[in-house]
Ligand binder design. Structure first.
Ligand SMILES: Cc1ncc(COP(=O)(O)O)c(C=O)c1O
Length: 341
């Protein structure tokens, strides 16, 4: 029986780990055993490909890379710049987006970057322009305090948790709900479907700065064209969290009104639910939001190096194999996959 390259690579890596802490090596093997023998029905989880897993454990994870490619606050980022540029290119190509930002460590981070980008563009920038300054550091303490209050006094609407929404869509236990004044839209109790007239009525009454669409658990496809029309009517920014259906967007299963790209101003996703990357997040946006989204670091998280890998030899794009890689964050335990039996 021939042994695959992956098996050789994982076995060698495990021996290196075992030499330092055998219990960790044992746990890694046990996790593989769990994954092979237990049925996983957790919608948020997926199986990262061998190449994704192997590409994470290397020297790129040593780097700090605050800023964006070509504009770093740290020295020695030439290689990291190459990697992040490739990841951005892949994300834009796969989803047909104008701009991609692939540094978030998770979906929560990605949503936070998106929300702050909206606040920066729509609240902070106009205020700076009015006051004739170009940077928040140039504001007087009083002007800064007023701006902080104004940014903390914005409204958003998002899908109700019990209708399938996510905590990061403005709910109180999450920072998004402490930052924004949020109201929820639900589903029609009779049809259990999104009621666009009700969403529209809520938006007209509440006048949110942001309309968040997307879900963790809604077994239908929202119509993003209609949601964008509602957003435009009230001058809201439409943000879509596609974490649970990004694979169907990448694979062109969801097209037209069902594809958030082209309708939403900002689209966020994780890279590890319906895609097969490791744990991570990304933000896609139209050109007008690009410079604000790119401020995600240091706004929300300290940058690490994102890596992108294009699978072979499968047809492209193929969501099941899409890998937008990131080096492991401190909480990551992703070196756990053995080649399929
Ligand atoms: C729709 C949605 N967005 C964001 C997240 C958060 O993703 P993460 O766990 O990577 O922070 C989740 C989590 O499951 C989710 O369902």
């Amino acid at each position: 029986m021939s042994v695959s390259e992956e098996a050789v690579a994982y076995r060698a890596a495990l021996e290196v780990v075992r030499a330092v802490e055998p219990r960790i090596a044992e746990a890694i093997v046990d996790e593989l055993d769990n994954q092979r023998h237990q049925l996983k029905l957790i919608a948020s989880e997926n199986y990262a490909s061998p190449a994704v897993l192997l590409a994470m454990g290397n020297w790129l994870s040593d780097k700090y890379a605050e800023g964006t490619p070509g504009h770093r606050f740290y020295a020695g980022c030439e290689v990291v710049d190459r990697v992040e540029t490739i990841a951005n290119e892949h994300a834009c190509a796969v989803f047909g987006a104008d701009h991609a930002y692939v540094q978030p460590h998770s979906g929560i981070d990605a949503n936070l970057v998106a929300l702050w980008a909206i606040l920066a563009k729509r609240v902070e920038l106009p205020r700076l322009d009015t006051l004739g300054v170009s940077h928040v550091n140039d504001l007087t303490p009083k002007a800064w305090e007023e701006l902080r209050r104004e940014m903390n006094d914005q409204r958003m609407i998002g899908m109700a948790l019990d209708a399938g929404g996510h905590l990061t869509h403005g709910f109180r236990p999450n920072i998004s709900g402490k930052l924004f004044n949020q109201r929820s839209y639900g589903v029609n109790p009779a049809t259990e479907l999104l009621d666009y007239d009700a969403v529209s009525a809520l938006a007209r009454e509440f006048r949110p700065l942001v309309i968040v669409a997307g879900y963790s658990a809604y077994p239908r496809n929202p119509n993003f064209r209609v949601l964008r029309e509602i957003a435009d009517e009230v001058d809201a920014t439409l943000m879509v969290d596609m974490a649970h259906f990004a694979g169907l967007v990448a694979g062109r299963v969801l097209t037209g009104d069902l594809d958030p790209i082209g309708h939403a101003h900002i689209v966020t996703s994780t890279t590890h639910k319906s895609l097969r990357g490791p744990r991570g997040g990304m933000v896609l946006c139209t050109a007008e939001y690009a410079e604000f989204v790119d401020r995600g670091c240091p706004m929300v998280s300290e940058a690490r190096c994102p890596m992108s890998w294009r699978p072979k030899p499968s047809p492209w794009p193929k969501p099941a194999h899409l890998a937008l890689l990131t080096t492991p964050s401190e909480s990551s335990t992703t070196l756990t996959r053995w080649p399929a039996a």
